[in-house]
Write a new protein. Structure first.
Length: 309
DNA sequence: TCACAATGAACAA
DNA sequence: TGTTCCTTGTGAC
């Protein structure tokens, strides 16, 4: 259940663990057997994220595109028994038997005689392994082999990603794409063709951080605000990639920040806080459906005059 | 045991 | 706008 920061972390982790190495690939579940066979026993050359897309570039111009969707995840297990639940930023699953732990805690395998590699558990679409590391992919919305041309097509469709900033144009492209649609800003921020990597949590939080009415037309925002939105997404994304946590509150002292890193309920201004008091004005946070997704906002702080609906 | 939700997006109509 | 797909964990019975 990742937003852009998670996918960047996975890309970085795979670069560290796998780049330059020959990988054995398989599809224990069977749904990616042909693709796995084609990349197996070849070298991983690149591991790159753009927004929520992960591109793994192998020899012979073979590229695996992975999109985790709403509940996909990678489990990474090393021979030492450490296990990282990369798709779930706030938990780490550990060796057999699986134990859930809070962030930052690590633990080695309970029994040291656990076989390596461990047998796949559940629906593992793709397993990548070296002699001492295994990465299991479960529940992706997409896992496919693509050509360099196919990759270009996909990249061309994506809105800018601050972590993949091609010069200074990204902010301008973001502004351009907002300017050409009258759809509500709350909807547009989640459109991966407009800006890459923002999901339901970051959407709600960014809107609140700018006291922005989710129902305002994207093309009604002034240039300065649009610029601030772009810069802010860059700040939040960089922070998320660094910490692995979507920490969107700036109104915290060191103690509060430590608490927010542990308690998900403390981490956000509005996301998931329906009915609870706004952290700024105490008005109850509202949840409303917007195009099949839950939108959270403060009806007081994020009001604009003349909002329709 | 079962229903349901979850940080997503493609597709149909 | 609604439906479908992908998988797992939780909480109610």
């Amino acid at each position: 259940m990742p937003e852009g920061h998670t996918v960047h972390r996975i890309a970085q982790l795979f670069t560290e663990l796998f780049a330059g190495q020959v990988l054995v690939a398989s599809s224990p579940q069977g749904r990616f057997s042909e693709g796995a066979a084609l990349i197996s026993a070849t070298t991983l050359l690149t591991s790159q994220a753009i927004g929520k897309q992960l591109f793994l570039g192998f020899e012979a111009d073979r590229c695996v595109r992975v999109h985790l969707g709403i509940y996909g995840a990678w489990d990474v297990i090393s021979r030492s028994g450490e296990l990282t639940r990369a798709g779930s930023p706030d938990t780490v699953s550990l060796g057999a038997p699986r134990v859930r732990r809070r962030i930052g805690e690590t633990e080695t395998s309970i029994s040291s005689d656990v076989a390596f590699p461990p047998p796949p558990v559940g629906q593992v679409r793709l397993r990548l392994e070296t002699s001492d590391t295994v990465a299991d992919l479960r529940g992706p919305t997409a896992c496919e082999l693509i050509t360099p041309e196919g990759r270009e097509v996909i990249e061309a469709r994506l809105g800018p990603d601050p972590m993949h900033d091609r010069g200074k144009k990204s902010g301008a492209i973001f502004a351009q794409r907002l300017a050409r649609t009258s759809r509500p800003i709350g909807l547009v921020l989640m459109d991966q063709g407009v800006v890459s990597g923002i999901g339901n949590v970051y959407r709600a939080e960014i809107l609140f951080r700018h006291r922005l009415d989710p129902y305002l037309s994207a093309n009604s925002l002034d240039a300065e605000l649009v610029h601030r939105l772009w810069k802010d997404w860059g700040v939040l994304l960089a922070r998320g990639v660094q910490t692995g946590v979507m920490m969107t509150r700036d109104d915290l002292d060191a103690k509060g920040k430590a608490l927010a890193l542990e308690e998900r309920g403390e981490r956000y201004f509005v996301y998931g806080r329906q009915g609870q008091p706004c952290r700024v004005c105490r008005t109850p946070i509202v949840m409303a459906m917007m195009a099949t997704r839950k939108l959270y906002f403060c009806p007081q702080c994020q009001t604009s005059i003349g909002r329709s609906s």
